[in-house]
Design a protein around this ligand. Structure first.
Ligand SMILES: Nc1ncnc2c1ncn2[C@@H]1O[C@H](COP(=O)(O)OP(=O)(O)OP(=O)(O)O)[C@@H](O)[C@H]1O
Length: 337
């Protein structure tokens, strides 16, 4: 009975949108840059250098429409820098990327947002001296700019302002922040700020939302709620790309996982297999951790170990530092006895 209940629960969690997202990835090779059946974002040869450091060097990447894709990788892999390039918050040295078939490289952040691709930040950008509602209304700036000429006519402008407030209030309701509407954003908890950031990103009615570490700084009480909201974005037809270090969250909500290391995409695949992919384990633990040692490497390690033992034995011996390898050997023997 327990198994049935479990199966029922899982079936209930497999919504049509989730099923469609999973089907889109079925049978795809688990290789970096693998083409997707219906990509909303296509990235080619994006490079960003800081002095001598190549922070991003992504050869090819496609993000499947309507899916939740996780972007993972060790610290300093280039995930945030990559987000910054794609969303116009920084300028790539080279490369191209298209969103819904339109070239996005070179566009400033507000135009990228207006095209339907928005992002949130690792450290939330909520303006603490503005109220929650004011923060939400600011999120609609892209829409305002688009209707600049309408805004010259007061009646149209007022109607638009009312629309913006109505949408903001609806979203605050959905994200359970309605009671905080008139509080300063600075008074919110870390998790509530993350919710506000997500709600604010939705003010421009995006097609794709990019979340930079949505779980960072969120207390456990809000974790489930945040997860639910992210899944909900896909249920509403949006595409989600998120950076996250919390592997439970990655396993729980993503349909597909892209792994970055040292600026490049090194692996892609479904969450259940990607965590055991050797390339991924190597990237997290440091390259070649489990490759057999060469004779030279073995000798070098032996030598280093001996030198350490000798040094230790010399320092801790009553007679003072080891004067010679022989003396050190004696010290080691004495300690062993
Ligand atoms: N403005 C900058 N100037 C110089 N170096 C930078 C700059 N921004 C990022 N870097 C470097 O680029 C590399 C990639 O950094 P990035 O923050 O994109 O990695 P990340 O994968 O997002 O890491 P984390 O998971 O720790 O957030 C790092 O070595 C970082 O020090």
């Amino acid at each position: 009975m327990h198994a049935d209940q479990k199966a029922g629960g899982e079936a209930a969690a497999l919504t049509p949108r989730k099923a469609a997202a999973l089907k889109a990835f079925e049978g795809l090779p688990h290789e970096p840059g693998v083409p997707k059946p219906d990509p909303i974002l296509v990235v080619d040869k994006v490079v960003r250098r800081f002095g001598g450091l190549t922070a991003v060097n992504v050869d090819h990447l496609e993000i499947q429409r309507g899916s939740i894709t996780a972007l993972i990788g060790p610290n300093g892999a280039g995930k945030t820098t990559f987000f910054n390039q794609l969303t116009g918050f920084d300028t790539a040295d080279s490369g191209t990327w298209t969103f819904n078939g339109k070239r996005m490289n070179g566009l400033p952040a507000h135009r990228v947002a207006r095209a339907g691709m928005v992002r949130t930040f690792q450290l939330t950008k909520a303006l603490s001296k503005l109220t929650v509602l004011e923060n939400m209304r600011l999120g609609a700036q892209g829409q305002r700019g688009e209707r600049f000429f309408q805004s010259l006519i007061p009646a149209l402008w007022r109607r638009q302002e009312e629309e913006i407030t109505r949408r903001a209030e609806e979203l605050l309701e959905r994200f359970k922040l309605a009671a905080k509407r008139d509080d300063f954003a600075g008074s919110l908890s870390g998790g509530q700020r993350k919710l506000l950031e997500m709600a604010r990103a939705l003010m421009v009615e995006p097609e794709m939302i990019m979340l930079d570490e949505p779980m960072a700084g969120v207390n456990p009480a809000l974790t489930q709620s945040l997860l639910g909201h992210v899944k909900d974005l896909r249920e509403q037809g949006m595409t989600v790309l998120f950076v996250e270090h919390d592997m439970d969250m990655v396993r729980d909500i993503s349909d597909w996982v892209v792994v970055m290391a040292q600026g490049a995409v090194i692996a892609e695949g479904p969450p259940e297999t990607i965590m055991s992919d050797e390339r991924v384990i190597d990237a997290y633990l440091g390259a070649h951790h489990d490759a057999p040692l060469s004779v030279e490497e073995e000798e070098e390690q032996l030598h280093e170990a001996e030198a350490e033992l000798e040094a230790e034995a010399g320092v801790t011996h009553e007679d003072g530092p080891a004067a010679s390898p022989d003396r050190a050997e004696e010290n080691v023997k004495e300690r062993a006895e």
